[in-house]
Design a protein around this ligand. Sequence first.
Ligand SMILES: NC(=O)c1ccc[n+]([C@@H]2O[C@H](COP(=O)([O-])OP(=O)(O)OC[C@H]3O[C@@H](n4cnc5c(N)ncnc54)[C@H](OP(=O)(O)O)[C@@H]3O)[C@@H](O)[C@H]2O)c1
Length: 286
Amino acid sequence: MKKILITGAKGQLGNEILLLSKVYKDYEFLFHDIDTLDLTDFKNLEKFFQVHSPDIIINCAAYTAVDKAEKEPETAHLLNAEVPGVLALLSDRFNAYLIHISTDYVFDGRNYRPYKENDLPNPLSVYAQSKYAGEQKVLQFGNTVVIRTSWLYSRFGNNFVKTMLKLGKERDTLSIVFDQTGTPTNACNLAATILKMAESLDHNDHIRGIYHYSNEGVCSWYDFAREIIKSAGYSCNVLPITTDKYPMPASRPYYTVLDKSRIKNTLNITIPYWKDSLAECLKDII
Ligand SMILES: NC(=O)c1ccc[n+]([C@@H]2O[C@H](COP(=O)([O-])OP(=O)(O)OC[C@H]3O[C@@H](n4cnc5c(N)ncnc54)[C@H](OP(=O)(O)O)[C@@H]3O)[C@@H](O)[C@H]2O)c1
């Protein structure tokens, strides 16, 4: 039976894969987070590959604190660039595939149309630079897939949806930026797609390189917040503001809508519209 190693298993995406894995009877899943497999301990990581020989590695581990990364560039780089590089090297040595997750923030957001996989990245923040460096390291090996996603949320962990639900309950008014546009991604949809890709890797030699995945549609953080507050039935008033009125330590790109044609054609999937997927997630949270 083939083995799939999930790293960062206690994060948003890792937890969604854990839930879905129960119906995948043809694979043995190994779920690990920092408490059982610290990916920065490279010696131990190599030993793990020797002992368990995973066939596919799905790397959900990352340093995801975008603003904090500005003050901790070394830690962000270690986890988002060095670790994926070592995972790719070990996967290559042990004849395994690596599915690595990256971000829409590798782009500078100056595009006028959805980003394709071969558009040139130009990361604006430490987090984004570390993720782009991770992509470059893993793509040096032939047995790797990089999936870039955007605005990830889930019933698990902390994210924008949960923050809006909390603040929307407590406050009368919320001011949210409307000049950063992209697409939210329900991590459970991404998890299903990743598992489909893992299955397909066995049969399709053309599945290599970069793919984009988010839910369908386009919105601003303001639109996203309004939909969350409206769905929760809160009376909180959501007001649009520009990015300069809400200064953050890390610069964010203005426009990061992703073109998902490649992943849709390769895996023959349809992708849920972001409002429909949000409604599904809110059923579990509210
Ligand atoms: N969240 C977003 O909005 C977003 C958007 C675009 C792309 N992405 C990408 O999507 C992927 C999944 O994101 P996510 O939101 O699911 O991340 P997450 O919830 O932050 O989960 C990451 C997991 O990795 C673990 N981890 C940290 N250091 C580790 C180490 N040394 N060894 C092993 N595990 C370690 C974390 O543990 P601790 O919690 O203890 O640190 C956490 O459980 C990431 O690659 C991220 O960059 C995320």
